[in-house]
Ligand binder design. Structure first.
Ligand code: KG4
Ligand code: ZN
Length: 358
């Protein structure tokens, strides 16, 4: 069984082919660099770039896999949530292929792509505890099965990746900020600046990063004579120390809320064995190490996709498509792409539309 998956919901145009033996047969990925000058993704530029490159990316992935389109059993596409212009490009390409090949189309929730990706390279069984941390989302979930999620907590403001990006931007590190901030933090002192732990005593598993970001802004402002962060007189060591202190605080918030989640999971899902992290921020080695330590201390097994499959890619969409296909969850060709699509919104078996009622 071979599934082709397409990802185009943000600034990566990607395609991959996977099979039920958990083999990645081939893939291609283009990270759009057009956005770097703007310090963030520009939706219209992204949509146009997806349109320009999608055919080539699909051809490259097929060539890389050394198979023909006729060998493909189903075609999946990230069908939301995301920037709708880009999502439409990927969904239309997938539907056209499915129609021409007379094979099923599978609408994959981009978040489900992140959520299930760790199962491709690790022996992770359902149910498992998941921290999903990307540029647009930050959630603590129990993954009960394909399409079956219980959300234990979510950010009430910024996503974790968004906070990394914004702090990096304030420090003039560039975009995307997460990896650049991580690199700077390697040479920094995480204890130099004391930062808050927003929402830490809320008694639930919800998170907040906005206050943390504001606290960093105030520190940067204190280095500027006129209070404008653009004029802050920061030495390289100051920047590295701010990055390390922020990364430490953000990770600490995630770890402390996950501790709470682990207590809930132990009660409610005694079969759960794994603590999984996924999404772009899961590429952060400092966070991975902290979560591994937490899992070890809590009697859980830590798992995460390989670093290169944490940020958006075609493999995760092809894999989630394959898991859906194995369950018989295919989608109609009139499936409407969804700019918003909460992971836990619909029951998986609903209406056969990739878990979505039309
Ligand atoms: O999953 P993803 O590629 O796109 C979304 O679905 O949002 O996540 C992108 C986010 C960005 O905010 C990026 O800065 C962050 O993941 N990220 C990182 C690292 N690599 C990517 N954040 C912290 N440390 C990293 N090494
Ligand atoms: Zn993503």
């Amino acid at each position: 069984m071979i599934v082709l998956g397409i990802e185009s919901s943000c600034d990566e145009t990607a395609c991959a082919l996977v099979n039920e033996k958990r083999e990645i047969l081939g893939q291609a990925l283009l990270s759009q660099e057009e956005h770097h000058a703007f310090g963030g993704v520009v939706p219209e530029i992204a949509a146009r770039a997806h349109l320009e490159h999608i055919d080539d990316i699909i051809s490259h992935a097929l060539k890389n896999a050394n198979i023909s389109l006729n060998d493909v059993d189903a075609v999946a596409a990230a069908s939301g949530p995301g920037l709708i212009g880009g999502v439409v490009v990927g969904v239309m390409a997938a539907k056209a292929l499915a129609l021409a090949l007379n094979k099923p189309f599978i609408a994959v929730n981009h978040l489900e792509g992140h959520a299930l990706c760790a199962r491709l390279s690790n022996d992770v069984q359902y149910p498992y505890l998941l921290l999903l941390v990307s540029g647009g989302h930050c959630q603590i979930l129990v993954v009960k099965d394909v399409g079956e999620y219980e959300r234990l907590g979510t950010t009430i403001d910024d996503a974790a990746g968004e906070a990394f990006d914004k702090v990096a931007k304030m420090l003039g590190l560039g975009y995307p900020g997460g990896p650049l901030l991580e690199k700077a933090a390697l040479s920094g002192n995480a204890n130099r600046f004391t930062l808050p732990r927003p929402l830490i005593n809320s008694g639930d598993c919800n998170l907040s990063f906005s206050g943390l970001k504001t606290a960093v802004r105030k520190i940067i402002e204190s280095y500027s004579e006129d209070g404008d962060i653009a004029h802050a007189d920061l030495e390289l060591q100051d920047i590295n120390d701010i990055c390390a202190s922020f990364q430490y605080a953000a990770t600490d918030c995630l770890v402390r809320k996950l501790k709470k989640a682990i207590d809930i999971v132990k009660q409610k899902y005694p079969n759960a064995k794994h603590l999984v992290v996924s999404g772009g921020v899961a590429a952060n080695t400092y966070l991975r190490n902290a979560l591994k330590k937490l899992a070890d201390e809590s009697g859980f097994i830590f798992a995460a996709p390989p670093i290169k499959y944490c940020t958006d890619n075609g493999v995760m969409i092809a894999w989630a498509g394959l898991e859906r296909f194995q369950k018989g969850y295919t989608s109609p060709l009139d499936f409407k792409p969804r700019p918003r699509w909460p992971l836990d919104e619909f029951a998986p078996k609903a209406a056969g539309a990739g878990g979505v009622k039309a």
